[in-house]
Write a protein that binds this ligand. Structure first.
Ligand code: C2O
Ligand code: CU
Ligand code: CU
Length: 499
């Protein structure tokens, strides 16, 4: 059988499998593209990365041969033995002592996204270590219980390294959360979601083409914890699912394929003031969603897909400079992944076993002090500009050594992010957890999933989003940037210094 026949047969078999197993699955064109590659289409079981503590932890960043599906090896770059880094579990009050060893072929550094840490532990790109080098992190864990993550942060190479696997989930626990009795153990599933193109030649290739340098880099297929389109067996009870958007550029519209609602109990900075029942929520790169999914009413034997539902891309392609929209002058293989807003299956849950459901009742969540934006000492405004193959903040590209903003230690400030560019920008601040206080234009309101504490906020074209934060933990140089990794790597980032 030659390759053409193999692909043709593979497609037919694959499509019928797909259709019968996942009625709401990817579109035909997505499926056809998937099946262009002779990779078995069976869903691999979801594997949880090993759980480690941060006490004398060594993370060795290296190229590793891993399996992204049974029998499909690929070279990943990972800070652990698996396709992505281990899940680090700490408690508020712990001291993290972590050694990063760099066995990659290029410089790297790790950043603890969402954690307030001293300057020298923050993974600023100027702290990169060369191949063969090591870096020692030593910091107290002062943040609330919640879902955080860590990832590579070398300038110009964050996108490429994270895409290959240089990321992991970091979970903080504390006594206030313990008291709630949330689902744990086998009923707690951390999911680091990424989208990738199926690897050609056994490696993940991340090379944004011209139009991708504007909108972002998109994959065809979702990976969870480094496993392609995995499947997880569940019982008829409630699970705590902690989702991290670790994609390069994709906004995920989380939803369940059977249309059932879920409860959102936390986001970037820990538990919300109260759970919110939703049928979907949007999360951009860098954001987290802490969900309770109740399979108690799902018939045993059925399958429920956690998916990113289709939505109209917020990018305003019409106003893109030089008419380099998708599909123009591209064509052929590798012309781009599934576009922003395309429906994408993420993780399949197979409901395999009936149990007496432990329905988690929403008890009061830990109180969260609200920050009054009227106490702000200062307001700053930042324009996010994307035009002519450049991504800038206030007209400037990132300069490692330039301090763009100086903030007084202890002050509360309001920062306003203005997006008059054609693309969405998820704006992230290091070193603070902020409150989203206002959105003007575009969606015109604070979304239910933006309550509580956040470190990343999605700013759509035409929106002005204001956040309030108090800079009262450490002095030093920290970053604010767009977390679309293509934009960030091209310089949509600045230094601010707390003095
Ligand atoms: Cu998720 Cu500057 O980081
Ligand atoms: Cu960060
Ligand atoms: Cu951006």
């Amino acid at each position: 059988m030659d390759r053409r026949q193999f692909i043709a047969l593979g497609s037919v078999a694959g499509l019928s499998t797909l259709a019968s197993r996942t009625p709401l699955a990817a579109t035909l064109s997505n499926s056809a593209r998937l099946l262009d590659l002779p990779i078995p289409f069976e869903r691999a079981p979801l594997r949880m990365p090993p759980t480690v503590s941060a006490d004398a932890l060594t993370l060795r960043a290296a190229a590793r041969r891993v399996e992204i599906a049974p029998g499909v090896p690929v070279e990943a770059w990972s800070p652990g033995e698996g396709p992505v880094g281990p899940t680090i579990r700490v408690r508020t009050g712990d001291t993290a002592r972590i050694t990063l060893e760099n066995a990659l072929s290029e410089p790297t550094i790790l950043h603890w996204h969402g954690l307030r840490v001293p300057e020298r532990a923050d993974g600023h790109p100027r702290l990169v270590i060369p191949t063969g080098g090591a870096y020692q992190y030593d910091f107290p864990v002062i943040d609330r219980a919640g879902t955080y993550w860590y990832h590579a942060h070398p300038h110009h190479r964050t996108g490429a390294q994270v895409y290959r696997g240089m990321a992991g989930v970091l979970v903080i626990g504390d006594a206030a959360e313990d008291a709630l009795g949330l689902p744990s153990g086998a009923y707690e599933l951390p999911l680091l979601i990424q989208d990738r193109r199926l690897p050609a030649d056994g490696t993940f290739t991340y090379e944004p083409a011209m139009h991708e340098q504007m909108e972002g880099f998109f994959g065809d297929t979702a990976f969870a914890n480094g496993i392609r389109l995995p499947s997880q067996s569940v019982e008829t009870t409630t699970y705590r699912v902690r989702v991290v958007n670790g994609t390069a550029s994709r906004i995920l519209r989380l939803a369940l394929s059977n249309g059932q609602p879920f409860r959102l109990i936390g986001n970037d900075g820990g538990l919300l003031p109260a759970p919110v029942t939703l049928t979907h929520l949007d999360m951009a790169t860098g954001e987290r969603a802490d969900l309770l999914i109740d399979f108690g009413k799902v018939a045993v034997g059925s399958r429920v897909m956690l998916q990113s539902a289709a939505f109209a891309s917020p990018a305003r392609m019409g106003s893109m400079s030089m008419g380099m929209g998708r599909g123009m002058g591209m064509g052929g293989m590798g012309a781009g992944g599934a576009p922003q807003g395309a429906a994408m299956d993420l993780v399949e849950f197979t409901v395999d076993r009936a149990v007496t459901p432990v329905a988690w009742k929403p008890r009061a969540l830990p109180r969260l002090a609200t920050l009054d934006p009227n106490t702000a000492k200062r307001t700053r405004t930042f324009q996010f500009n994307s035009a002519m193959m450049q991504h800038h903040i206030n007209g400037r590209a990132f300069d490692m050594e330039r301090i763009d903003e100086t903030v007084r230690f202890g002050d509360t400030e309001v920062w306003t992010f203005v997006n008059e560019s054609p693309f969405p920008h998820p704006v992230h601040m290091h070193e603070v957890q902020f409150h989203v206080v206002e959105r003007v234009g575009g969606r015109g309101r604070i979304m239910p999933w933006e309550r509580g504490l956040k470190d990343t906020v999605l700013v759509h074209p035409g929106e002005r989003v204001s956040v309030a934060a108090t800079f009262d933990r450490y002095r030093g140089r920290f970053l604010m940037h767009c977390h679309n990794m293509v934009h960030e790597d091209m310089g949509m980032m600045l230094n601010y210094e707390i003095v």
